[in-house]
Design a protein around this ligand. Structure first.
Ligand SMILES: [Zn+2]
Length: 300
């Protein structure tokens, strides 16, 4: 069996994953707040508990909200800020006394869905988690493409493609740029734009309820959202041309996206024929990250 750990902002989840994809052990503990040493010891204890419950040891993969620098191995781009600048891999390896694998949580999600999820029959999969942020990962022939700088798939911090004058320069993003895809497509961004257009300060989920109730502003903003997602994914199709794009995170629950976005992306792709790329919901729901962390190791 393989062990997957998903380090989230509020909880750390760990599983034992069998070869057949079943999960005989699943445990969760709260993420210690702003306490790096405590996060490391919580992960180490979780691994030991899983191995005790299962009855043997396994290779450990960890999905994190950020990534390790290709040069130094130190963590960067993490919204759990106490991780930034830390040698998370080295510190956990020292306590577990064995090598571990570490990857970005969106990369883990993409790997899970490409391995035995929505993209299991595809050779190329682009997986996107659209929730409070907008992270993504690329999997080719069931192998995660990490990239030379370990930032492959960081599409959310490219500018929104084919912007209109109204969309330029766009909202400031925490990354230091303006008008990033994430500021338009994340649930937070959708909510911000609805409010900026004169709507109430409500969540993306609440805006979608108003879409269903026929509110005109909500529908107008959702139409814009569809067009922006179509443009953003068309730029991925033009570069990577994946067979399957899988959505995860809170916005992946919006069913209209799977039908309407592909109808619009054909307008933007560099092909006279409709794209055969599929846009699909996740098979493993919120478990994608933790399953993908286990998938970082090959079957033994
Ligand atoms: Zn950004």
């Amino acid at each position: 069996m393989r062990i997957g750990i998903d380090l989230g902002g509020t909880k750390i989840e760990g599983i034992a994953l069998e070869k057949d994809g079943s999960i005989p052990v699943r445990l969760r503990v709260p993420t210690p707040k702003n306490d790096y040493e405590h996060i490391v010891s919580s992960i180490v204890e979780l691994v030991k508990k899983i191995e005790n419950k299962y009855g043997s040891s396994g290779n450990v993969g960890i999905g994190i909200p950020g990534s390790a620098s290709a040069k130094t191995g130190l963590i960067r781009n993490a919204n759990t800020v106490c991780l930034i600048g830390q040698d998370l891999r080295g510190d956990i390896e020292a306590q577990l006394n064995r090598p571990i694998r570490l990857a970005n949580d969106a990369d883990c999600f993409a790997l899970s869905e490409a391995s035995d999820g929505a993209g299991k029959n595809s050779n190329s999969v682009f997986g996107v988690i659209i929730g409070t942020g907008c992270g993504s990962g690329i999997v080719i022939n069931k192998q995660l493409l990490e990239g030379a700088n370990l930032i492959a798939g960081e599409w959310g911090h490219n500018p929104l493609p084919w912007p209109t004058d109204d969309e330029r320069p766009g909202t400031a993003c925490y990354c230091g740029q303006r008008g990033c895809i994430e500021t338009f497509l994340s649930g937070t961004g959708f909510s911000h734009n609805y409010h900026a257009a004169g709507g109430d300060k409500i969540t993306a989920e609440q805006i979608m309820q108003r879409v269903d109730q026929g509110e005109s502003l909500a529908n107008e903003q959702f139409d814009l959202y569809i067009d922006r997602m179509a443009r953003s994914l068309a730029s991925i199709i033009n570069v990577l041309d994946p067979e399957t794009i899988v959505l995860g995170g809170g916005m992946s629950k919006v069913k209209q996206l799977y039908e309407r976005v592909p109808q619009v992306w054909d307008t933007y792709i560099f092909s006279p024929e409709p794209a055969i790329t599929q846009l699909l919901p996740p098979v493993h729901g919120d478990s994608g990250g933790v399953r993908g962390a286990a998938w970082l190791w090959p079957e033994t």
